[in-house]
Design a protein around this ligand. Structure first.
Ligand code: ADP
Length: 496
């Protein structure tokens, strides 16, 4: 017997067994317990979901947006009621510590509140026509059926960033959650159902990325793909979906740096580094995996940082005394350890950590010691490639300009942070850091839901989640001219 009932697909308002008859295991990374199983669906299940979505969207798009928003408001209320329970489930299936899990559910609540407000905005534009007795405007129209593909590291927050704006804008959704976090996805779908979302407006198909996710990319009934995950998978998705002329919004990897200038408040910087590097065990796309420090304060920074890292308590995230939970699975652990060996071989100085933790009950889960490398050169692989674990690379530089160059000298461009009290350098950094998100005197994490979230270069493809920018992904601009002159008026010809 498992602790949780099987996670079934949610299609057309009903919970359905997968037509494949197959199921996958949901494993708690803290202790290896199989929590339950999830529907290992196939392309037929996806077809059913897309059919349900298309039918539902035909009616949903005609529901006035303020009415659609009422459902979102109830989603926010229900999430508030279930915040603790969903947070506990989230911690059990993906490992982040309970305080962070609660924060993540709060992010979904905030997004529901915010996007409910869009029901009375969804602003378009009106502008004068160049011709007499003619009216010109543009309105946001839903795109149709949105395909959402999400990762395990923020199983409800990222799903909320994508599904809530899509739904308030009048689209229907087909969502394929990550294999590792089906329980959180089911809870979110239950909330939508209980909030009174009409059947078929949100559909969830559990399954493997290369099966269900892959089938979404070429499905003629899906108009937009919104994806968050690895750059490798995102690149594949963009090319496949692009060949089918689908709009694709991608949110991918990061190699985010915190720059600490010599005049910085070092204690504040250390607080931010510890939170940004080791929160969610370093498995945030905005995690700080690099520190760029002016050489004259490098030693002082390390002297403050190392004891703080060594004091981090690693364990089951359900224990409120734990700071750092497990990583997601054995392959992640192996990848992190491989990178640590690469760092040592490259000549970086391993200051602390650098090993799997197996003491006592930790042996049953996937735990890695919070790790710091110093003496890292910007061209080393550990300073260039996304490790996605609790590993931090400290690099010394000789000037502000060099710090900016090192920050920008990676293929990713999600988040960057700078600690300094020099206002001139703050403004130069705001201008010159080539990331989608810049923090001044704060760590690389902590995005707020009403601002755009996303990155440059290999992090994204120009779109943004969150904020007003999210609406651009899930709507088409429809331009409308109304000529009430009663005669044929030709733009560019009759008025010149
Ligand atoms: P991660 O390293 O976080 O698992 P992925 O990019 O592989 O990163 O996974 C993010 C999401 O993309 C998951 O829901 C996964 O199932 C899905 N996915 C993986 N491969 C594909 C694919 N070929 N097509 C569509 N989705 C995929």
């Amino acid at each position: 017997m498992h602790r949780f009932e099987p996670c079934l697909n949610f299609i057309g308002g009903r919970w359905c067994e997968p037509k494949t008859g197959q199921y996958g295991d949901n494993v708690n990374p803290a202790n290896g317990e199989v929590l339950g199983v999830w529907a290992r669906s196939g392309a037929d299940d996806l077809d059913d979901a897309v059919r349900a979505a298309r039918e539902a969207q035909a009616a949903w798009r005609l529901v006035p947006a303020p009415e659609r928003a009422k459902v979102l408001r109830r989603v926010a209320d229900l999430l508030r009621d279930r915040k603790d329970e969903i947070a506990r489930t989230l911690t059990m299936e993906m490992g982040k510590v309970i305080e962070e899990a609660r924060g993540e559910v709060q992010e979904a609540i905030d997004m529901a509140d915010y996007m409910a407000g869009e029901g009375r905005r969804l602003f378009g534009q009106t502008t004068p026509s160049e011709l007499p007795d003619k009216f010109a405007m543009s309105v946001r129209a839903p795109v149709g059926v949105v395909g959402i593909i999400t990762p395990w590291n923020f199983p409800i927050a990222i799903a909320s960033w994508k599904s809530l704006p899509a739904i308030v804008a009048g689209n229907a959704v087909v969502w394929k959650p990550a294999e590792e976090t089906p329980l959180t996805a089911r809870a979110f779908a239950e909330v939508y159902q209980e909030a009174g979302l009409p059947a078929g407006v949100l559909n969830v198909v559990f399954g493997d990325g290369p099966v269900v996710g892959e089938a979404m990319l070429s499905h003629p009934g899906i108009d937009v793909i919104s994806f968050t995950g690895s750059t490798e998978t995102g690149r594949h998705i963009a090319s496949r979906a692009g060949a089918n002329l689908k709009r694709v919004s991608l949110e991918m990897g990061g190699k985010n740096a915190i720059t600490v200038l010599a005049d910085a408040d070092l204690d504040l910087a250390v607080d931010a580094i510890v939170w940004s590097a080791y929160g969610t065990s370093g498995q945030r796309c905005t995690a700080a995996s690099r520190v760029i420090v002016e050489r004259e304060v490098e030693e002082a920074l390390l002297a403050r940082l190392l004891p703080r890292v060594q004091a981090l308590r690693v364990g089951d995230g359900l224990d409120p005394a734990v700071h750092v939970g497990p990583v997601i699975h054995e392959e992640a652990l192996a990848k992190i350890d491989r990178y640590v060996r690469i760092g040592v071989d490259e000549g970086a100085r391993l200051m602390t950590g650098g090993r799997r933790l197996t003491e006592g009950t930790l042996a049953q889960g996937y735990y890695y010691a919070p790790t710091v490398f110093a003496g890292v050169r910007p061209d080393m692989r550990i300073a260039q490639e996304e490790i996605f674990g609790p590993v931090l690379c400290v690099m010394a530089v000789d000037s502000f300009e060099e710090a900016i160059r090192v920050n920008n000298g990676v293929k990713y461009g999600l988040s960057a942070s700078i600690f300094t009290r020099d206002v001139n350098r703050v403004f130069r950094a705001m201008r010159d850091l080539d990331t989608g998100i810049v923090y001044v005197n704060a760590g690389t994490t902590g995005a707020e839901i009403h601002l755009p979230f996303g990155g440059t270069k290999a992090t994204g493809n120009g779109h943004r989640d969150s904020g007003q920018a999210a609406l651009d992904v899930f709507t088409e601009w429809k331009t409308v001219y109304v000529d009430y002159s009663g005669r044929l008026q030709r733009a560019q010809i009759d008025n010149n």
